[in-house]
Design a protein around this ligand. Structure first.
Ligand code: PMP
Length: 398
């Protein structure tokens, strides 16, 4: 029998809990399960041929640099590409304002280290992205829940006494995870003005912005914020526009914030993989995304429509849901007295899975009558079958 000496975890480590989604995903790996629970992009949208070519070109032409350590800030041509991609006629993003990271998830962890002391106020949308809560929680903030409605975050919330002195506001303006909601331009404008006035920096997390398949593109908080004098830290990712296995994203922020983040990143992993950064640059430099993104958008739009049609057919009238203009998720609200956790137990017995709403609420009363559905990886037939089963179970529980 193996034996080992005793060990003591840090208090910080002892506080960690496994994500509610991970526990559900364990069940959903069974092939018979129709899972609307995962947050994976569709592998049908991965540009495998182009990435294979890009890696091949990089290794063939610049293999020694591609396999060598590189600067913490990231591969300069890729940083320049990001800066240029985000620059407009009125807003210039400098290369010194760009840091390449290993996915925006790493950015969330680094920003937690940068801004949060024990007990620091952090403003979050209610509900919000669970992965951000996991990253921030390690640093023991005091979360303040910002109210939302069908138009997303309600800007006046940041001017209230409960928000005063917050280290930052974490906002997801496009096709929010988990709700699929989008903030209007008027709200964005009001939000950056209020944050500028209140001295609250904004972290704008936007991995899905390029996956808009309906409606009108909205200006980013970064661009509006620059004009309004707000501090905005914008997170972008190659996970949803190329593939998440690349683990590549970026932070755009004022140079003084980037400088501090570089010190943090150095301690974390020195830099993101050179070969991957060079291959992604090789893939995107000639405008490949403009060619590729319409395919992904069409795919997601179609998948979303399958689910909306099935819900219209099978869900009772007193159930409400969001109609996303992009991204991968929609949000269901059951009548007040119902509990989506109970529905999930019944659903799993019938081989259907989703994520109940509760873990997405960082503070305040969670709305237990809500849940998240992810629609991009399930086939049309199985979406119909799964939604029909959910509709039946909801009726039974009413
Ligand atoms: N932010 C949000 C809102 C997300 O949904 C995700 C992925 N699920 C991430 C950040 C992390 O993405 P990545 O690290 O792959 O860039």
């Amino acid at each position: 029998m193996d034996s080992h000496t005793p060990y003591t975890f840090s208090n910080r480590a002892n506080q960690l809990t496994s994500s509610a989604i991970r526990e559900i995903l364990k069940v959903t790996t069974r092939p018979e399960i129709i899972s609307f629970a995962g947050g994976l992009p569709s592998a049908d949208g991965f540009p495998i041929t182009e990435l294979r070519q890009a890696f091949d070109t990089v290794l063939a032409t610049d293999g020694r640099a591609a396999l060598q350590y590189g600067p913490t800030e990231g591969y300069t041509p890729l940083r320049e590409w990001v800066a240029q991609d985000l620059s407009t006629e009125n807003v210039n993003i400098d290369v010194n304002e760009v840091l390449i990271v290993s996915g925006s998830q790493q950015a969330l962890d680094m920003l937690g280290k940068l801004f949060i002391d024990v007990g620091s106020k952090v403003l979050v949308e209610s509900p919000t992205y669970l992965g951000a809560l996991q990253s921030f929680s390690v640093f023991e903030p005091e979360y303040v829940a910002m109210d939302t409605d069908d138009g997303g975050l309600i800007p006046a919330e940041v001017s209230t006494a409960k928000a005063a002195g917050a280290r930052f506001l974490y906002a997801l303006p496009n096709f929010q995870n988990p709700t699929g909601r989008t903030m209007s331009e008027a709200r964005r404008q009001e939000l950056v003005e209020r944050c500028a006035a209140a001295g609250i920096p904004i972290i704008e997390d936007d991995p899905y912005g390029e996956l808009r398949y309906k409606g009108t593109p909205q200006p980013s908080l970064l661009h509006l914020g620059r004009k309004a004098g707000a501090t905005v830290v914008r997170l972008g990712s190659f996970s949803k526009v190329l593939a998440p296995g690349l683990r590549l994203g970026y932070i755009v922020a004022p140079a003084a914030i980037i400088d501090k983040l570089v010190q943090i990143k150095q301690a974390t992993d020195l830099h993101s993989p050179s070969v991957t950064q060079m291959a992604v640059y090789e893939a995107v430099k000639g405008g490949f995304l403009q060619q590729h993104l319409p395919t992904v958008r069409d795919l997601y739009k179609q998948q979303c429509q399958y689910m909306l049609d099935a819900m219209a057919q099978h869900f009772p009238d007193n159930v409400k849901w969001t109609r996303p203009e992009g991204g991968m998720f929609l949000w269901v609200t059951l009548p007040e007295h119902m509990d989506s956790q109970e529905l999930l137990h019944k659903a799993i017995e019938r081989n259907v899975a989703f994520v109940p709403g509760e873990p997405f609420y960082a503070a305040g009363e969670p709305k237990r009558n809500t849940f998240r559905l992810s629609f991009v990886t399930v086939s049309e037939d199985r979406i119909r079958e799964g939604i029909a089963i959910l509709g039946q179970l909801i009726r039974e529980q009413m």
